[in-house]
Design a protein around this ligand. Structure first.
Ligand code: ZN
Length: 409
């Protein structure tokens, strides 16, 4: 089965779900294609639902794993300098607050060891990463890594071979897993009684406040806020005891959970719950304009790009991240609008973006060509990229920033 539609909420299992945003039918965002394979391209609904019971915002259309990645997929987190810096500071927090020397820390979806490399000295580390070639990169840094998907069965094996973990982390993967119950059960199995499960995900409050509708794609199944996460851990006799907003991926939330204790819960949990409540995240009403807000961004962007093209000027795009493809497809852009997309990821270069079929080329081209306008798809690295491309901008290239509001810089 390549695709199925759920009719129950991933967290509370209720079925009182309301459609709040429909972006149309899209191919999976990592399915870069070529002229020969275009005819086989499959599209699936990209619809976002709100659970009226626990307030979880989620996709109910689940595309099977083998439809999402086409074999040669390899994303190395450490290629992004802002991410490397982010995980270094994240590791410092964990060392200061949660760990003592010699403790075991396990990272689910550990990628190329971007977090765990910071613990190689003084701690015991274990990564779990499904992409074999990415796991290999982590091992080169001294990060012991198991190839595979985290499960109760795997957790039991790790307890036998490594003992229990003081910290288990899952960053930008917890929102990508359909069966989150299995993950929480496995965490419970592997965690020491005084251990901490810490997870970072894109935050619904940032998504809503900045109209970050492009962060919706098939792999990204849940759009978390604190309330449904509390509900989730409660079901497994665990509790959220701290939360932090972190400035990564357009605004994320770091949630700390533990097995239930009598210890105090940090005041930040209640404060952020209240902020969410005030922002309307726990009621359907707040989401009633979400579709219109996304359509407004689309209309502005389309009329801007087509206006520029009408004057005979060139528009290209910068970065081909997952969210970039949601944006390109929702706007209906094609190679007539956007001449090419530059991206540093080797496997994407030479292919066409999924759905919009725009050629992906190496950023080398920008050394000799100066597009009139460049649509910044990786808008979450705005400051970093504008600074990095100072020379290109001094040659006259202007950047179009699509999110949170359409502007030219
Ligand atoms: Zn629910």
């Amino acid at each position: 089965m390549s695709y199925f539609h759920k009719d129950t909420c991933r967290v509370c299992k209720g079925n009182d779900l309301t459609l709040i945003l429909s972006l149309g039918e899209h191919p999976p965002v990592d399915n870069f294609t070529d002229a020969e394979r275009i005819k086989d391209e499959k599209r699936y609904p990209l619809d976002v639902y709100f659970c009226n019971t626990c307030s979880l915002v989620q996709l109910l259309d689940v595309v099977a794993e083998d439809e999402l990645f086409h074999g040669n997929y390899a994303y190395f987190s450490s290629a992004s300098k802002p991410l490397v810096d982010h995980f270094r500071s994240y590791a410092e927090d964990l060392k200061k607050e949660q760990l003592v020397a010699g403790d075991l820390i396990v990272d689910i979806g550990s990628n190329d060891g971007i977090l765990l490399q910071n613990f190689v000295e003084g701690y015991r580390v274990l990564g779990i990463e499904p992409s074999a070639n990415v796991a290999e990169e982590a091992r080169k840094k001294g990060v012991e890594t198991i190839d595979g998907f985290f499960s109760v069965e795997m957790a039991k094996k790790i307890v036998e071979t490594h003992g229990k973990a003081k910290v288990i982390s899952a960053n930008n993967v917890f929102a990508h897993i359909d069966d989150i119950d299995e993950i929480v059960r496995a965490v419970n199995e592997l965690l020491t009684d005084d251990g901490v499960f810490v997870t970072e995900s894109h935050y619904l409050l940032d998504l809503i406040e900045h109209t970050e509708f492009d962060t919706v794609y098939h792999e990204h199944l849940c759009y978390y806020s604190v309330k449904p996460l509390m509900h989730l851990f409660e079901r497994f006799d665990m509790e959220v005891f701290d939360v932090r907003r972190v400035n990564v991926h357009g605004g994320s939330i770091r949630v700390y959970a533990r097995k239930k204790t009598r210890m105090p819960v940090h005041a930040r949990v209640e404060e952020l719950l209240l902020t969410e409540e005030k922002a309307g995240l726990h009621s359907l009403k707040r989401f009633s304009d979400f579709q219109k807000e996304a359509e407004t961004v689309k209309e502005k962007l389309v009329s801007l790009v087509r206006g520029i093209r009408g004057e005979g000027k060139t528009v290209t795009a910068y970065g081909a991240p997952a969210k970039g493809n949601t944006l390109l497809n929702f706007c209906g852009f094609t190679a007539d609008d956007i001449k090419y997309v530059t991206d540093t990821t080797p496997y994407k270069i030479g292919l066409l973006t999924p759905g919009s079929h725009i050629p992906v080329v190496s950023p080398e081209i920008l050394k000799t060509e100066t597009p009139d306008y460049i649509l910044l798809l990786a808008w979450n690295y705005r400051d970093f990229i504008l600074e990095k491309e100072r020379e290109l901008r001094s040659r006259g290239a202007k950047f179009i920033i699509p999110i949170p509001k359409v502007e030219i810089v």
